[in-house]
Design a protein around this ligand. Sequence first.
Ligand code: LMR
Length: 395
Amino acid sequence: MLDRLDQQPPDALLALIKLHDADPRADKIDLGVGVYRTGQGETPVFGAIKAAEAKLVAEQDSKAYLGPEGDMGFVHALMPYVFAGEPTRGGRIEGMQTPGGTGAVRLAAALAKRAGVTRVLMGTPSWPNHAQILADLGMELVPFAHATPDGSANLPALEAALAGAGEGDALLLHGCCHNPTGIDYTPAQWDQIAALLGRSAVLPIVDLAYQGLGAGMDEDAYGARKVIDAVPEALIAYSCDKNFGLYRDRVGALYIQTADGDALQRVLSNGHALARAAWSMPPDHGAAAVRLVLEDAQLTAQWLDELGQMRTRIAQVRAALGEAGMAGAIDLMPVARGHGMFATLPLSKEQIQALRTDHGIYMAGSGRINIAGLTMGNLPKFVEALAAVSAEALV
Ligand code: LMR
């Protein structure tokens, strides 16, 4: 029976890692998968995490099972950073640990489906895995345009999508650092989105995977906080993979907000049951390290400092791309206005392929670049290569 299965293409984004690794050119540039890199092109383990891991090795006295909810010390230690103020909003918010941000989005969608959601409204383009998760769960994706051609977030498109939606629908939003465009809703737009959701029966699901990599920890949570304060029920899918640099350790959380504490316990029990049937319980190590960072004021300060350095470097690369202005026919100025790790350049499939083949520059097939893959050293080569492929396209 297994023989009936069709060949599936490898995940395009993850396949890029291998393609880049196999390229022997010394001056190749990896702008593919969303992994932070320093100005030297490295992805080091955070110093705060290294210190927490050392503590963990010295002090952990058992690796016996936790429950499907994972490390609740981790889940609770993170909440003041995500929600600010009184983080449970009067006992209406609780969370559970998940395997990375993907696990959190998957669980959010599965929980929504259990609650009767059949359609999910989502601005496109989006992170390709969003659509894959919804398709795998048999949920209908209702797309609307995330951005306008001038490079700002398209609020009227979201309003139109919400106007045609109601009970049985969810709206999947990127909390910050939109993946793949880098174009976020402004605070004023978030105010309007929250007000609209407050008047709607649509369930908000906020994917917050890059908190601290955009404008700041509080600034990046502005939209998620506005939304939860405007609605009775919401789901927040959180990732620590980027802002704690724990990618392969798979550290995430799903936060659930309900109208009252009784409902919260019931919804959580469904979350636990879904987790048990999917992965039983999340991997412990990375979340335990995050907990140890957040339980220690000095390590917390060190982590926030390291995160701030990442944010500053990303902003510097964005500004440098903006200053480059035009690369042939490609306008880099809008990149300077974006947030977080990604920007999408208006490149054709042929240009993306030519960048890979002729210049050793690897980016997603959508034209998405990982800003953090650029350094002050390789940026001139990148801009020149863009100019070259845009000139070829005109010939
Ligand atoms: C990305 O978009 O590059 C990251 O979120 C990594 C992933 O899992 O796709």
